[in-house]
Design a protein around this ligand. Structure first.
Ligand code: IPD
Ligand code: CA
Ligand code: CA
Length: 261
């Protein structure tokens, strides 16, 4: 994180916590629009994005901004960039399922260097700076030490906006289910990554996600001692979407073999 100081990063975290309060108001969702038949955006997504963007513009006026909502702008990927998912877990938000987060990562020189994932329902704020560890509300978090898939809990995302992956997703889920203790489906990819980072689960798989879903969570997981790749073991990219396989590191090869088999 060369571009911002620890003081500025603390102010960013403070703003995310403040703005995140909006998600917990069950009456906040007033309009739901369809981006695809199973991909939604609400007035809350737009409001959170514009408030976070405004706060970042004050604190870091020289850093570019990429957000999930609204028209996509011309961005220079070689220059520092914020990557924001204003509401990760919009379907959960619409149903008042109370499991959604604001997810914000800073991309610098092709890698995420600072990350915040804030869950306003539990008030848990996961943060990381590259090389400085991962934290939840200021306390260090680390991945679990479970070494075998048979003792693991694994979340699987269903890539709901890309139904063409459904057979593969549910095929993989079944293969994983047969080998692990149990599977979960949370509806919030950034918190799935934080769950692995904090040792609550051992793995997470989703066959297609977009950079704002995983930018922040991947750094938090890596700084907590975990490993994140594409499902076939390749590097994660931030210029476009990819599948994500994230683990405590210890079961990574086992999960990769299971989904390959
Ligand atoms: C979604 C959530 C969900 C995942 C989807 C994402 P959104 O993000 O992270 O868990 O399964 O693939 O699109 O649309 O709520 O920001
Ligand atoms: Ca998302
Ligand atoms: Ca979103």
């Amino acid at each position: 994180m060369k571009i911002i100081t620890p003081e500025i990063s603390e102010q960013v975290i403070c703003q995310i916590r403040r703005i995140g309060g909006m998600l917990t108001n069950p009456l906040a969702v007033k309009s739901v629009d369809f981006k695809k038949p199973t991909d939604f955006v609400t007035n809350v997504d737009y409001t959170v994005q514009s408030q976070v963007r405004a706060a970042l513009a004050c604190l870091t006026p020289d850093i570019q901004f990429m957000g999930e909502e609204g028209p996509k702008e011309e961005l220079d990927l070689t220059k520092p960039m914020w990557i924001l998912d204003p509401v990760d877990g919009t379907t959960n938000l619409i149903h008042n399922y109370m499991h959604s987060a604001i997810s914000l990562g800073l991309l610098e020189d092709g890698q995420i260097t600072f990350a915040v994932v804030y869950d306003p329902y539990t008030s848990e704020c996961f943060t990381a700076r590259r090389g400085h560890g991962a934290f939840c509300n200021g306390r260090p978090v680390k991945v679990s030490e479970r070494e075998d898939i048979s003792e693991s809990l694994v979340t699987v995302g269903t890539a709901p906006a890309w139904r063409e992956f459904a057979d593969e997703t549910f095929g993989d889920m079944r293969k994983i289910y047969d080998k692990c203790q149990d599977v979960r489906r949370s509806g919030c990819a950034s918190l799935d990554l934080c769950s692995v980072a904090s040792g609550r689960t051992e793995g997470f798989l989703e066959l297609y996600l977009l950079p704002w879903d995983y930018a922040a969570g991947t750094l938090i997981l890596e700084e907590a001692g975990g490993r994140v790749t594409t499902p076939d073991g390749g590097p994660v990219r931030f210029d476009k979407g990819c599948g994500i396989l994230a683990t405590n590191g210890l079961i990574h090869e086992q999960l990769m073999d299971i989904i390959k088999g």
